[in-house]
Write a protein that binds this ligand. Structure first.
Ligand code: GDL
Length: 453
């Protein structure tokens, strides 16, 4: 096992689909990272055309200037800047001209001051052109040789780092033999020792990552992987937002990897808790609680929510916001309680509501108040980051509140249906996607349920 004595990577990947962060947001990110002692930033926004679709073209002088500014800003803050390129959609591995174009791009970035890189072969078709198969035998070998050539020619002598993202980058893909039989074994054998590899865990979005799973992986790839952690990524479902803490990774995992890099929410401002709790996890000694770390992160985040109005966002408001948009597989405590109360009130008769009705009413009013306060936040990007989701939550809760009052006043859906003026057919909850979702849904175990079942 060899990770070539490189420093342990702790940081952020700008690696999601969708609108990349702005330059100003990136500079802000670097400030947060420096304060949190996170040491690595990887630039690889999927929808920067030159990162993937136009990987063959060099950057223009203007574009390069933006990257140069980031490289310098990283250097000033003691952060390693990594530039990521993803040629896998269209590259012909065996064609000399292709290698030349790749070399030119690396050279351009090296000249701009970048010394570390990532070459990404994720999310590409699981197939190879015949010429490539004839030349290399397998996709893994073609990709490894491409990475080795660049590394040996341009990076090794500069003490530059290269991270390789395999085509099967999680255990489920490897088990499905995505990328070919024994892809990871081939990577272990062919990828140069000094090159690192990315891994997202058992799944693309891994709820938990165990020490044992990584020991098995290390045996295949013959090095410790760098975690590409998608726990907070929301590009696959933009109706959601993940404001909860880093979690589901035991402290012992830190010895089994060469670094932790998170690829978080597309909305830059939504990532403060993710970053701060990652830093807290990485610095923890003895025991560590993700919920406690979350509380600390929210307290540190609160001043960012100053408003133009008299009414300020409170820590309890922020906890409610965070709990309502927590993690992919988990709601926060307050959201779980709110959900239980709503379920009870919707399904039981008012005589059995007990103390739940007051608690729920208070929470609904709090969400309505929070939605209003957020519209008054000075930092507009912060407000825009949540507006869509908070708006939707408020709408649903106000509907529930109306339904609750109607039920309490003796309303009975069996005799006289409830109507809300805000929910006219075809407006809220309308559109093709919602209708498709009603035709096909999923059980809790992930199995599919067609509408007529
Ligand atoms: C992926 C993509 C990543 C995306 C994430 C979440 C990797 C290595 N690649 O598969 O760009 O943001 O899922 O949708 O994770």
């Amino acid at each position: 096992m060899d990770n070539a004595g490189h420093p342990f990577l702790k940081g952020v990947i700008e690696g999601f689909y969708g609108r990349p962060w702005s330059q100003q947001q990136r500079l802000e990110l670097l400030g947060w990272m420096q304060a949190l002692e996170l040491n690595t930033y990887l630039y690889c926004p999927k929808d920067d055309l030159k990162h993937r679709a136009l990987w063959r073209d060099c950057y223009t002088t203007d574009e390069l200037q933006g990257l140069r500014e980031l490289i310098e800003a990283c250097r000033d803050r003691g952060i390693e800047f990594l530039y990521g390129i993803a040629p896998g959609l269209t590259i012909r591995y065996s064609v000399d001209g292709e290698m030349e174009l790749l070399r030119a791009r690396f050279r351009q970035l090296v000249e701009a001051g970048c010394r570390s890189f990532a070459i990404l072969f994720d999310d590409i078709p699981d197939e190879m052109a015949e010429v490539d198969r004839a030349a290399f035998g397998s996709l893994a070998k073609a990709q490894c040789e491409t990475a080795n050539t660049i590394f040996n020619e341009q990076l090794a002598k500069r003490d530059g780092r290269l991270i390789f993202c395999p085509t099967p980058y999680c255990q489920r893909m490897a088990d499905d033999q995505h990328g070919g039989a024994d892809y990871l074994g081939e990577v272990g054998r062919h990828l140069a020792n000094g090159i690192d590899i990315f891994w997202t865990g058992p799944e693309i979005i891994s709820r938990e990552i165990t020490v044992e799973s990584l020991v098995a992986l290390q045996n295949a790839v013959r090095r410790k992987p760098v975690l590409w952690d998608n726990l907070h990524a929301n590009d696959y479902d933009m109706t959601r937002l993940f404001l909860g803490p880093y979690s589901g990774r035991p402290l012992g995992l830190r010895e089994q990897v060469a670094g932790f890099m998170i690829n978080p929410n597309c909305e830059f401002e939504a990532n403060f808790v993710a970053l701060k709790t990652l830093a807290s996890y990485l610095g923890a000694t003895g025991s560590w609680s993700s919920r406690d770390a979350c509380g600390e992160a929210l307290a540190a985040w609160l001043p960012r929510f100053s408003t133009v109005g008299e009414d300020s966002v409170t820590l309890d408001d922020l906890t409610l916001l965070c709990d309502a948009f927590y993690l992919p597989h988990e709601n926060g405590e307050l959201a779980e309680q709110l959900y239980d109360d709503v379920r009870w009130i919707v399904t039981q008769s008012p005589g059995d509501w007990g103390e739940r009705q007051d608690r729920l009413r208070k929470r609904i009013r709090q969400v309505v108040g929070l939605a209003r306060k957020l519209t008054e936040v000075h930092r507009r990007e912060l407000f825009y980051a949540f507006n869509r989701q908070v708006w939707e939550l408020r709408e649903e809760l106000e509907l529930i509140e109306q339904f609750m009052e109607w039920k309490r006043a003796g309303g009975d859906t069996a005799t006289k249906p409830f109507h809300s003026g805000n929910y006219l057919p075809g407006t809220c909850r309308g559109g093709l996607v919602r209708r498709l979702q009603q035709l096909i849904s999923f059980r809790a175990d992930g199995s599919l349920v067609p509408a007529d079942e």
